[in-house]
Design a binder for this molecule. Sequence first.
Ligand code: CP
Length: 307
Amino acid sequence: LYHVLGAKQFSRSELDELFVAAKGMEEVVRTGGNRSHQGAIMTTLFFEASTRTRLSFEAAMSRLGGSVIGTENAAQFSSAIKGETLEDTIRIISGYSDVIVMRHTEIGAAKRAAAVADVPVINAGDGAGEHPTQALLDAYTIQKEVGQLDGVRIAMVGDLAYGRTVHSLSYILANYRNVMVYYISPENVRIPGYVKRYMDEKGIRYEETGDLESVAGSIDVLYQTRIQKERFPSLEEYEKASGHFIVDEELMSRMNKNSIVLHPLPRAGEIADAVDNDPRAAYFRQARNGLYIRMALIDKALSGINR
Ligand code: CP
């Protein structure tokens, strides 16, 4: 079964192949979709809120001719609220569908699901752990907008402790040559040691700094993130982390003309609305790319299934 559980599972050649497939999906969407997975069913099981990930997965399945089932809020409306274990829930859903896309509050939940599933499981975010499909669409966006991932200079900014997208994106970037990562965050939400150890193992250059202004002029990508209020142990800790590193017109004036600003979204004030009109603001194009990447992932997951 082709599970997508974490970003470390992707090799350089798999990434190249996926991005070619995603490019092909852009053409499929342009021509109104196809029926390549007619009759297939995808379950979306989201225990946390989502706009982009869930709806782009659902749109992706629809564009490929398949159907989608799911509950609006699995934490509240699935039988988890009656005490059913995640494992039992997955065993049941495996009997109803061909692929499961799951978001959960707990790190490692997707791996637990895959261990008992009879169909592919795609991790749509596991707590503060990983968000591999977001990182794949981020990397695809960088390739499209900057031209290549080899040699990219990127600043990951904001909540690097709870921000699962920066963990996954770091792992994806570790496949490329001459990458430079600047980790820029408030003191209490620094990039975890286990991410740095992985980058060390892979020989990827990185630097931790609190000085976004100095770095802004020497990067290709500014990857801004939200301070994730819902994950902090106390309001006091959240307040220590919030309000730093705002991307505004002044910061944009320090950036190169060919650089881009990305954000997994949603944003909560860390990119000023005035920046949206700048052609380097690529975050809405980035979100759109999620559709193509997720179509390619669904297609690959379903292609390995004998129903
Ligand atoms: N980027 C992202 O995961 O957005 P949602 O939480 O809206 O799915």
